[in-house]
Every structure is written in structure tokens, then in C-alpha cells.
Design a protein around this ligand. Structure first.
Ligand SMILES: *Cc1c(COP(=O)(O)O)cnc(C)c1O
Length: 360
């Protein structure tokens, strides 16, 4: 067996310990004689799996009692519609546009109501986070929407926007569980798990209870109503059972590593290694404003497209995979999520040094 260092933006690297455990339990989950994949979602064994997953997530994030945790499907993209359908009582919302995902979410919300784009960093290819301390928040806005970590461009909010009392909704797909956060500052926190937590197919929604109502937009499908899933503890219909099981294992892995503060420390150490190298390199350049840099996604370029292509090819041959940047940005991107070990980033930086010497 030989595993590569996988810098994919998503689906992405998972902790090896988790994969090994899942492999051991594949044919016979703890004496049940079957795989979790083959198990009824109404069984005692699965009930324990989902309840433990929720309890561990609540503990890790310190989620207050008045927030529900939902395990849903449809990916982060389905939330682009589900959020306005459930939250747009006045049919008005403010969106801060810091990249493709926020842009797509705003476009989707426009199907249901008025969308005000109160700030954007499109003028500089989304290479920074706009100043959000005094935005023209709409008086009737049902919520203010952000994408907290911009997977494609490699920016991250270091300070949450001043929403002037309005509900904050955040897509945290690519920074989920990467550091401690204060859940109470948000109305809704959601993310697809395939970036930092588990396999594709699960989206986790953490939502304040007063935002879960029957008063949704007319025509909202049953399956897209938060209340339906909240009332059924995410078991209204068959949930993405195997995915939830793996997420649960990742939560336990994070706990064993020391929780979110330890994760943050580890992530900062990894990111520093790479950013310090980029800041001193004569060949490679980071593409993001220093103060807005993401701990998770690190885009960089050489400034020469053919050299970028050569780098990606040779890196792959050296066991460093998926370093190609998003098609909309070009260049390279190293995604260094929770499960990427420090040694992986070290191997990348060592390879970059060698490439620089050979190609400068
Ligand atoms: C990947 C990603 C999405 C889209 O996720 P899907 O699960 O594919 O719909 C949305 N937002 C962010 C920040 C992402 O990184």
C-alpha cells in the first residue's frame, strides 16, 4: 500500500486512523454481522452512531442547547436554496460576495427574493476580504450571508462582519472544525463535509431554534424544510448513513487530537511553513492579501503558466497530488485541511525548494 500526500480541495484527505478503523469494521460492524452501509437507519446500532456523532460535534464546537444539528444531503449547494426558502420572511437578504460560492448562493437566493450585494472583492479577483465593519445592511434583511473560507481563492474572514443585529448565515464548508468558533454569533452555520470532515454526501447544518419554523416560502418541498428534519432528528427519511458514520469517527479523531484549539494550533503551524516559504521564494508567489489568508486553502503561482503545469506534473510524480489550482484561478492550490499531516506540508515545501533551484 502506498498513500500519496493529497492536496485536493474536496473531496479531500481523511485521517488515516479513521480509514483504517472503517476498513476493520467494513464487513462486521462491532458484532452486528453487517457493514454500516447495509444497516437499517432505524436500527439501535445506527441510532447510537448518529446520536454519538451529534454529541461529539456539540462538545467539539461547544454548541448551545438552543441550536439544532442537522445531518442532511444535497451538498452545500442545496443550502443555497434551502436558506432563502426557510429564512426569507421579508423576501430580502444581504450577501457579501467573496468568491464563486458566495456568488452562486446569491444567484440562487435571487429566485426567492431581493438580494442586496452589500460588499464584494470581485474587483481584485477575490484576493481579499472586504472591510465589513460598517456595511449598508438592509433594514428589512432577513439575514446576512457570508462564505467564511473561500476554498477557491484562499481567503478567510478573520473577523465576522458587523451585521447590525441581523442574523448571520455562514457557509463554512472548507473551514469546518479547523479552529474554535463562537456558535452564538451565527444564526446558521453549514457546510458540506467533503472538505474537512468526511465523505461527500453529507451536509451539516447548525441552526438556532427560533429560525426553524413552519412559516417557509410557499411551495417549499418537504425535504427542503428545516423543521421537518429538526423534528425527526435528521431521520425523516433515509439519511446518508455511512457518511454520518465516518463523520462521527472524524469527530472522535479530532477529540483525541485535543479538540479545536489543538486543531487550530496544528493548522497554523502547517500554514506558516508554506506561507513563510512563499513569502521568501524567488519563483513562487501567494495570490492572497496576507491578513486574509486561509489556513486551509493556499493558492500560489509562478507567473508562468507552462512552469505551473511543469510543477504540477513533477509534483504528482513525487507523490504530491491534486495541486492544480481551480480552473477559474489557474496556478496551484494546496489544500491543507485538518487531516493533512505536518509532514505532508514539509514534503511539499522541500519539493518546491528543489523545483525553484532547478527552474530559476
Ligand atoms: C465545495 C464548496 C461548496 C459546494 O459544495 P457541494 O457540496 O459540492 O455543493 C460550497 N461552498 C464552499 C465554501 C465550498 O468549498
Amino acid at each position: 500500500m502506498s498513500r500519496v500526500y493529497n492536496f485536493s480541495a474536496g473531496p479531500a484527505v481523511l485521517p488515516e486512523e479513521v480509514l483504517k478503523e472503517a476498513a476493520e469494521e467494513m464487513l462486521d460492524y462491532r458484532g452486528s454481522g453487517m457493514s454500516v452501509m447495509e444497516m437499517s437507519h432505524r436500527s439501535k446500532a445506527f441510532e447510537t452512531i448518529i446520536n454519538e456523532a451529534e454529541a461529539d460535534l456539540r462538545e467539539l464546537m461547544n454548541i448551545p442547547e438552543n441550536y439544532k444539528v442537522l445531518f442532511l444531503q444535497g451538498g452545500a449547494s442545496q443550502q443555497f436554496a434551502m436558506i432563502p426558502m426557510n429564512l426569507m420572511k421579508n423576501r430580502s437578504a444581504d450577501y457579501i460576495i467573496t468568491g464563486q460560492w458566495a456568488k452562486k448562493a446569491a444567484q440562487e437566493a435571487e429566485k426567492y427574493g431581493k438580494v442586496h450585494r452589500v460588499a464584494s472583492s470581485a474587483d481584485k479577483v477575490f484576493s481579499y476580504i472586504p472591510d465589513c465593519s460598517d456595511l449598508p445592511i438592509s433594514d428589512d434583511a432577513d439575514y446576512v450571508y457570508i462564505c467564511e473560507n473561500n476554498t477557491i481563492y484562499g481567503t478567510k474572514y478573520k473577523k465576522l462582519p458587523n451585521t447590525k443585529g441581523k442574523t448571520l448565515v455562514a457557509d463554512v464548508s472548507s473551514c469546518f472544525l479547523s479552529e474554535p468558533i463562537d456558535v452564538e454569533k451565527y444564526g446558521v452555520i453549514y457546510g458540506g463535509v467533503q472538505k474537512n470532515i468526511g465523505p461527500a454526501g453529507v451536509v451539516i447544518v447548525i441552526i438556532r431554534e427560533d429560525l426553524i419554523t413552519e412559516d417557509v416560502l410557499e411551495g417549499t418541498p418537504t425535504m427542503l424544510t428545516y423543521k421537518v428534519h429538526a423534528d425527526a432528528n435528521s431521520l425523516y427519511n433515509t439519511p446518508p448513513a455511512y457518511g454520518i458514520y465516518i463523520c462521527g469517527k472524524v469527530f472522535k479523531w479530532i477529540k483525541s487530537m485535543g479538540g479545536l484549539s489543538a486543531m487550530k494550533e496544528r493548522n497554523e503551524k502547517k500554514a506558516k511553513l508554506l506561507y513563510d516559504f512563499l513569502d521568501n521564494s524567488k519563483l513562487f508567489k501567494g495570490t492572497v492579501e496576507k491578513e486574509d489568508r486561509s489556513l486551509m486553502n493556499v493558492p500560489f503561482v509562478t507567473g508562468d503558466e507552462s512552469l505551473d503545469a511543469k510543477f504540477i506534473k513533477e509534483a504528482k510524480e513525487a507523490g504530491l497530488e491534486n495541486l492544480k489550482g481551480h480552473r477559474s484561478v489557474g496556478g496551484m492550490r494546496a489544500s491543507i485541511y485538518n487531516a493533512m499531516p505536518y509532514e505532508g506540508v514539509e514534503a511539499l515545501v522541500t519539493f518546491m525548494k528543489k523545483f525553484e533551484e532547478e527552474n530559476l
